[in-house]
Design a protein around this ligand. Structure first.
Ligand code: ANZ
Ligand code: ZN
Length: 818
């Protein structure tokens, strides 16, 4: 363009900012209000990509806006640097995972410096640093002391490729979330966090987040926790002392239960199976053990199952019903056994029709017989065939039958959650070691706080880390064998490492006092900075990371370490950057390279193109953005800055009123738009101001008009949120001292926001007697007194009394004399 080279400007300012460091948060309370802007910290896999560029541009607009507003802003950065890819890279390259990890961190840090988010670099942290994971271990021990970290044996998801256990959340459609391998089930003893103890609070505290978090995220959290209410009902089993309890959300349908189903993989099925059915049962159970939970819950699949040769007694009518085993009942939900009501539950109906079991309608919904249509009737209606509750509607029937069950000791009201405890052990190397020692004499012994961190050994590398089905740490005998901290006898370290979601559940606390050595964070600093005002990141973290962070915060609250229960006051999920309506991926070969885009167009153009393409929540199709258009716009701003000749400090009130009105209206509107995160529209307002300023220079008062300077300075400050390099260059050209980033957000002068006056017609007895110039927003009372004090009106009234005054502000006043 015309003398504007965005890349040269970028290089110049990047070097200067390195010295200025304008974004360090102030340690001491200096009277300013604080704001905490957090971006989800990156995983160091290679260099930054387009997705990072978008997320961090959005988070940066918010932080920079707060800097301009004069707040004391905390806007930190760090790395989520434990995890499998580093380990896989180390195996391939015969190196240590730390080498790959920290090299990538440096690459990303350098790219960030160029991309210029307003980070406080002094607070940088890496979760794989011993100074960080020391405190991850400390927190684990506090959870352990509270009974919130425990070991149990049970069926777990096992990835045969990564040779590690996976949390339920990491199994997507029956496959490993990371590598795509078909997940198997294994019985293993593993560490868990007891997040289920917090299920109610995780649900109820979402009230604090309504309207502040995206609705769909709240919905996903709610569904994941999955609270349902109903009743536990006890069924006596013929030939067994203990009754079997089932959980049902529809106790009103109890009289319609025609069989019972036990999860094929539940211990109960194994126990009660009659000898003559055992062979068939065991064959079936082995089949089921290879199925994923998703497959099992699918309503599309043909139902399968076996009869267990045993009967249960329906507690309310004494009916004898057969007990079956099937895969559609899950061992780990409710009690792992259900009462089947085929008339009103589709899964039960499919099963009944397949195996010739009876179907009995107990709710008359007015729909045709399910036994004939094959469609269960799940809606409300009148209860029938259920003596004590006949005639009642669903809600009343549920209440009444639950009462009856409770009175007779046959059951009670119950609540169930879909949420399970958080499986946190991983049989991999590059993670935070679990600070527990196993002693033959003492059992599980926590590593004392003063012996933390339990460091990862640094002599394992390459092939030592290859998956073997047990943690690679088990092979490091020098590391594993220790003296028991309690009795001094021979003991072994726990060889599992923690799920990396543990590391990311508390990093934002650490940012408040990153060098703190007395605990995970300085309680006073957290009190000062938190909760976080704005959290920005991808919707892929809508469930787990946010749920786990909320859980950690509540535990810290219960420990008295923080005084709030929700860590993230506001949440923004940015859209994806896509290409030609398709997600970018390595496999599709349609990745747009961020570095290359920046080399071609410069950082400001890339940032602006992202932010201008639409609201931050929407996907950006990179095929639709116009870097050239953004480039032209920035060179127009640059040119205006070179053409201002009015001196610094010139009183704008002496300048063009017309341009000043545009400037102040732009400030007013852009501020409101930034507040509601409509950055794209805010940018178009700035573009309009640029147009108006261009016109004022070319065809109006010219560059010496102080109003032109005011407009140019205003656009530079506002532009600093979106295109910081160009903004600083313009600011300097305008004779101001850099950086513009903390120049102060402009305030709109209300007087300049008022539209020019409108003409009000004043009538006496229907005749126009005067015309007044008034403000368009004038109040009725003010307009009436203005009209009555007019000399012309007083003359027209000639001393007559007034019967009525009709005011239609701001256009008409009609005076009716007596
Ligand atoms: C009888 C019944 C009649 C049911 C009816 C539903 C409708 P949510 O809302 O998900 O909690 N159920 C209970 N435990 C189960 C398990 N371990 N595996 C699979 N299904 C199980 O659903 C609770 C309902 O799911 C329960 O209510 C039970 O079926 C089934 F007209 O009991 B219902
Ligand atoms: Zn011991």
């Amino acid at each position: 363009g015309d003398g504007y080279d965005p890349r040269a400007v970028q290089d110049k300012w990047q070097a200067r900012w390195a010295e200025l460091d304008p974004f360090e948060a102030a340690e001491d309370a200096d009277g300013r209000e604080r704001r905490y802007a957090l971006d989800m910290f990156p995983y160091p896999s290679g260099d930054l990509h387009m997705g990072h560029a978008e997320a961090f541009a959005i988070g940066d607009v918010i932080a920079r806006y707060w800097f301009q507003k004069g707040y004391n802003v905390l806007h930190p950065i760090g790395w989520d640097s434990f995890g499998l890819p580093a380990e896989n890279a180390a195996i391939k390259r015969d190196s240590h995972p730390a080498e790959w990890t920290y090299a990538n961190i440096e690459t990303q840090a350098a790219s960030f410096h160029r991309y210029a988010p307003s980070f406080d670099w002094s607070r940088r942290l890496h979760t794989s640093d011993p100074e960080y994971y020391r405190w991850t271990q400390w927190l684990f021990l506090r959870f352990y002391e509270r009974g919130l970290a425990y070991r149990k044996g049970g069926q777990v998801n096992w990835c045969p490729n990564d040779q590690t256990v996976l949390a339920n959340e990491q199994v997507v459609g029956g496959h490993c979330e990371r590598c795509g391998a078909l997940v198997e089930r294994r019985v293993l003893t593993q560490w868990y966090f007891k997040i289920t103890d917090y299920a109610d609070r995780l649900l109820d505290d979402m009230k604090q987040l309504e309207g502040k978090w995206p609705d769909r995220v709240l919905l996903m959290q709610r569904n994941w926790i999955g609270r349902s209410t109903g009743a536990d009902v006890h069924f006596v089993i013929e030939g067994r002392d203990e009754p079997v309890t089932v959980y049902t959300t529809r106790p009103d349908t109890l009289y319609g239960a025609t069989f019972m189903v036990v999860a094929a993989d539940a211990a109960l099925a194994e126990e009660i199976c009659a000898p003559e059915e055992r062979a068939a049962f065991e064959a079936y159970r082995d089949e089921v053990s290879r199925e994923s939970e998703i497959e099992r819950l699918s309503t599309e699949r043909d139902k399968t199952g076996v009869f267990l040769g045993r009967y249960a007694i329906n507690p309310v009518n004494g009916e004898r019903i057969p007990i079956w085993a099937s895969d559609y009942v899950l061992a780990e939900y409710g009690h792992g056994a259900i009462m089947a009501v085929p008339a009103h539950d589709q899964r039960d109906l499919d099963f009944a029709l397949k195996f010739g079991l009876p179907v009995r309608v107990v709710v008359d919904t007015g729909e045709p017989d399910p036994a004939e249509t094959g469609v269960a009737t799940a809606g409300d209606g009148r209860i029938v065939n259920s003596d004590p509750i006949d005639g009642l509607a669903k809600a009343d029937a549920i209440a009444r039958i639950t009462e009856i069950l409770a009175e007779k000791g046959l059951g009670r009201a119950a609540v169930n959650f879909r949420l399970r405890d958080w499986l946190l052990s991983r049989q991999r190397f590059w993670g935070c070691p679990i600070p527990i020692v196993h002693c033959e004499a003492c059992g599980e012994v926590p590593v004392p706080d003063d012996q933390l961190p339990v460091r990862l050994p640094d002599d394992l590398r390459g092939a030592d880390l290859a998956p073997k089905g047990a943690s690679p740490l088990a092979a490091a005998s020098g590391w594993v064998n220790v003296d028991c901290p309690k009795c001094g006898g021979p003991a072994k370290r726990d060889t599992d490492t923690m799920d990396t979601f543990v590391d990311s559940s508390w990093y934002y606390f650490r940012y408040c006092s990153p060098g703190y050595t007395e605990g995970p964070f300085d309680v006073e600093q957290v009190r000062k900075w938190m909760p976080i005002d704005q959290y920005t990141g991808g919707v892929e973290h809508a469930i787990l990371h946010l749920l786990y962070s909320r859980f950690f915060t509540k535990v810290l609250y219960d420990m008295g370490m923080v005084d709030f229960t929700e860590p993230f006051t506001r949440l923004l999920n940015q859209g994806q950057v896509i290409l030609n309506a398709k997600a970018m991926s390595k496999s599709l070969g349609n990745m747009v390279d961020l570095g290359e885009q920046i080399d071609r167009f410069g950082v400001d153009v890339v940032r602006l193109a992202m932010l201008f393409s639409g609201p931050p929540e929407d996907d950006i199709d990179w095929a639709d953005v116009s870097p050239h258009g953004m480039s032209k716009f920035l060179s127009r701003v640059h040119r205006i800055a070179t053409e201002v000749t009015a001196p610094v400090g010139a009183d704008p009130a002496a300048g063009s009123d017309e341009l000043r009105r545009v400037t102040h209206r732009t400030v007013e509107e852009a501020t409101a738009l930034v507040e509601v995160r409509r950055f794209n529209v805010a940018i178009s307002r700035i573009m309009e101001l640029v147009n108006a300023t261009r016109k004022a220079i070319d065809g109006g008062p010219g560059g010496s008009d102080p109003a032109v300077r005011e407009a140019a300075e205003t656009m530079a400050i506002m532009l600093s949120l979106f295109a910081p390099y160009t903004a600083d260059e313009a600011w300097e050209l305008l004779g101001r001292t850099a950086p513009v980033a903390t120049a102060g957000w402009p305030a709109a002068d209300p007087a300049l926001l008022v539209q020019e006056s409108v003409t009000c017609v004043v009538q006496v007895a229907g005749k126009v007697r005067d015309r007044l110039e008034v403000a368009p927003g004038i109040g009725e009372g003010e307009l009436e007194s203005l009209a009555l004090s007019s000399e012309k009106i007083k003359d027209a009234l000639g001393g007559r009394e007034i019967r009525k005054v009709i005011v239609r502000a701001p256009k008409i006043v009609n005076i009716v004399p007596a």
